[in-house]
Design a binder for this molecule. Structure first.
Ligand code: R5P
Length: 321
């Protein structure tokens, strides 16, 4: 079968934590993933390099910046490619750490998302493709092109059949997610209603709900967020909806960090399903009937194919109804 990209001109890599996803992407592009040779020294420093020549080729690197190690691995690998005369480096990072540090909210804070942009550009990244950046304005922190793709298209494609029976109300767990909830609602059907939870963050990772805008009584709800970290925000929102008379409650988020584990979702009797992407690879290790993983694989394969052939990516923003 003919490859979807020309392997003489382009090469695809998967960094450690997204190697399985990268293999699926390579399979769907009908190419071979190129191996990365990694040496780990006794002090835990790493040395990474392509196992094959990259001279004058486009390198696509699939990774998830979900930890400091992953970030360092990417920076070193990009540097190695540049020094080996690659033509362009295109990073497809399913998750971008420090995206929530996108501005100073009090004195003497850093702006982590801007620093990550500077680090990637300094290493030599020519283009970044990512998914649901916490704040789309982060694109402007970069002087290279950034494609901020939306997992909700993939999610909506998977939810059509269910929506016909369930008639959901889409709920944002805070004011900041209202636009996301509205966009998601409109993708499903034009007349779908949204509700917004009035949340106040009292300390880092701690929040309090003070009210609800919209109607959820006797409704099936999907709470949509970009990130589930500790789970505090979305679990409190789900409890609040249940106490306000909601029927079935589904949760959906692109990035499942689950930094306090999945047990509290598993054990919650007011949560029926949790939809998540595989942007954070460890979600694949969670074994739960409640968890539905909707992979980014097809979007990544498609964007590599379109980018390689210099085609518009607008088809990634259309639904397969
Ligand atoms: C906040 O602005 C984000 O969109 C998420 O709501 C937040 O990061 C989720 O964190 P946690 O699960 O710890 O409440």
């Amino acid at each position: 079968m003919v490859s979807k990209i020309d392997e003489k001109k382009a090469i695809v890599f998967g960094l450690t934590n997204q190697l399985d996803l990268a293999k699926l992407v390579a399979n769907s592009l009908r190419i071979k993933l190129t191996e990365i040779d990694t040496t780990i020294f006794s002090d835990k420093e790493i040395l990474v390099k392509s196992s094959k020549t990259v001279r004058n080729k486009i390198a696509y690197i699939i990774c998830s910046l979900d930890s400091h190690n992953a970030l360092m691995e990417l920076l070193l690998f990009v540097d190695s490619l540049k020094r080996a005369s690659v033509s362009r480096v295109i990073v497809i990072s399913t998750y971008m750490c420090y995206s929530r540090q996108d501005r100073k909210t009090s004195q003497r804070e850093s702006i982590g998302a801007k620093l990550i942009a500077k680090l990637l550009e300094t290493a030599g990244v020519d283009k970044l493709i990512s998914f649901d950046l916490h704040n789309p304005s982060i694109q402007g922190f970069y002087d290279i092109p950034v494609d901020d793709l939306r997992w909700i298209y993939q999610l909506t494609n998977s939810l059509y059949k269910e929506e016909k029976k369930m008639k959901f109300t889409i709920v944002s767990p805070d004011h900041g997610g209202a636009v996301r909830a509205r966009r998601f609602a409109e993708l499903i059907t034009k007349d779908i209603k949204i509700a917004i939870i009035d949340k106040r963050r009292t300390q880092p990772n701690v929040s309090e709900i003070v009210g609800l805008l919209g109607e959820v009584k006797n409704k099936n709800c999907i709470i949509i967020d970009d990130i589930i970290d500790t789970g505090g925000t979305i679990l409190k929102a789900a409890k609040y909806l249940k106490e306000s008379g909601a029927n079935n409650i589904y949760l959906a988020a692109t990035h499942g960090l689950f930094s306090k584990g999945f047990e509290m979702f598993e054990n919650s009797d007011y949560i029926d399903k949790v939809f998540i992407s595989d942007s954070i690879p460890k979600v694949n290790k969670i074994n739960s009937e409640k968890l539905k993983i909707i992979s980014l694989e097809s979007m990544i394969s498609k964007i590599i194919e379109l980018d390689f052939h210099s085609k518009s990516i607008s088809e990634l923003y259309t639904l397969k109804k």
